[in-house]
Structure formats: C-alpha cells, structure tokens
Ligand binder design. Sequence first.
Ligand code: NAP
Length: 309
Amino acid sequence: MVFRIAVVGLGKIATDQHLPCIAKNRNFKLVAGVSRHAKVEQVACFESLSQLRASKIAVDCVALCTPPAVRLAMAREALDYGWHILIEKPPTPTVGELLAMEAYARKKKRVLYAAWHSRYNRSVDMAKARLKGQHVNFLKVTWKEDVRKWHPGQEWIWQPGGFGVFDPGINALSIVTKILPEPIFADSATIEVPANASTPIAADIRFKRGDGAAADLSAAFDWRQETGETWEIEIGTKSGLALHLKKGGSVLIVNGKIAHEAVLHEYEDIYAKFARLLKAKKSEVDASPLQLVSDCFMLGRPVTTAEFS
Ligand code: NAP
C-alpha cells in the first residue's frame, strides 16, 4: 500500500530528513508541499492546508514540520480533512495541547504519530534492555551545542512555545523517558533566559526518583557551546552498571567498553514506523518528555542572562 503524503513546513528538518526519507520509502508517495515561502520541486506546492484541500489532490497523510506553537490548529484542520498525521518533536508547546490533539485524532478516527526521533537508535534500545529491572541512582545528561550552527535564523525558537534550549534538550529527555525502568521527576531547575528572548539559552536541572531513594540525577543544557556538540547521557545503577550513551544516543558504552556504535538512521525508522501505524490504523503519542520539560518550567528558577545576538 502506498500512502500519499504532503509535507508541511518546508524548513530545515523537512529538507534535511523528511523529503529524502519519503523518497526512499516505497510505502509513501510525496504528492504536495505546504509552506508559506518555500517550495519543493516536482510536486504541487501550496501556502496553506486549505489551499491543498481546495486543489482536490488526493492526500492520505501529512507530516507537520512547522514549529510546535502552530501545530494544534494545523493538526485539527488536517484531521477535519480526513488526513492522518505525523508530527515532529516537540509535539506541542504544552501538554494540554497534545492531549487535545490526541483526543481530536481519536474522535476523527485518524492516526496521530507524535515522533521522538532520538529514540530511534539501536544503542538506545540496548541501553533500555540493560536497565530493565535495575535501580538507577545516577543520571547525568549533558546536551550542549551551538545555537547559531543548529538553528540559523530561526526566530520561533526564541518566542513563547519555541522551547529555546529545551528544543534539543527534549531529545535527551525523550531517550531518558524511553530507557529508564521507572519514571523520574523534575525536582528543581535554574533556567537562563537572554534579556531579549522569551525562551532559555541554558538550563541546569535536578531530578528525583519517585520512591524518594537517594540518587544523583541531573541534566545540563547549553546553547552557547561553540566547540562542537556534546550530546551525552551517563547512567549508573545500584548494582554497579555504568552506561554511557554518546553522540546523541548512537554510541553505547557499557562499563567502559563500546557495546554498540551505529550510523544514525532515525528518520528512515520513523517513516517505517509511520507506515506500520497507518496500516494498523493505530496512533502513537507519548507525552512523557514534554511533561518533564513542562515540569522543569513549573519548578525552575528563571535567571535573566546576557542578550543573544
Ligand atoms: P525551520 O527551519 O524554521 O522550519 C520550519 C518551517 O515551518 C519554516 O520553514 C516555515 O516555513 C514554517 N513555519 C514557521 N513558522 C510558521 C508559522 N507560524 N506558521 C506556519 N508555518 C510556519 O525549523 P526546523 O529546524 O525545520 O524545525 C521544525 C520542527 O522540527 C521543530 O519542532 C524542531 O524541533 C523539529 N526538528 C528540527 C531538527 C533540526 O535539526 N533542525 C531536528 C529534529 C526535529 P514557511 O515560512 O515557508 O511557512
């Protein structure tokens, strides 16, 4: 079965990953692009979902690659047209909007797949298997990169609903929430927001276990690192197991030895999964990374820092 798909929001991730992965996947056929300014070659392009609908082009599903702040209204419109939906991470600016989107998809009997791309990694699955049944008492997430390199010219990331440094940080939390055997909870946070922005440029977070047992659980996010990327998660357990996920979760080191190292093919796996969900008519929505981020903002101490330019 071939699903006719339109890609919405033709920006960096749509161009870097979605369009090439759709072209490689025989379960999908790109039938249109939707973006206010950009176009994709060889298919019809429209500035809005309503224009696409008016064109009468047959569409089965859409990939929403716009910023999170505008996704709920777009998703509702697409669902009203009878289209299934794949959405980029973070799914929505708030947990409330995600729950509303999930409920609306259910009401319209359409598939909603809220993808967390960093979860699609063999090393991540291996880490999850190793941690099964373990008592985690150490977590150190270090997610640092240069915002100018990874988000050039993107104004939306600094606006309410744009997440700031939590936009990459939530990738780490999507891994953490997948692999830990028990959920963790935000305990406190210091959140640095530039004087001329609405969203953070850095955050230091402390987490706690749900059972109150002593544990050293933390995350440091920073967008001011100009010396390359550090995307790492270290985990320790009471039994002495030490896991280290490096390079965004693609490399797994177990007790000091490399256990797995692989080239990333996250978006290939996302489209393979989307095809499976469409065939099975099943949705997949996990709010837990968004919930953790939301809780960090709820408990965090905001600190105003130097203007970003
Ligand atoms: P981007 O380059 O800014 O692209 C987003 C596109 O959405 C823009 O090109 C814009 O196209 C459209 N858009 C922007 N604001 C809009 C609005 N208010 N209403 C309607 N359309 C709007 O951003 P991106 O980096 O691709 O990120 C998009 C999403 O993918 C984010 O949620 C991000 O977290 C996620 N993501 C990004 C990366 C990455 O490496 N960049 C990786 C994984 C996931 P038009 O102006 O033409 O409408």
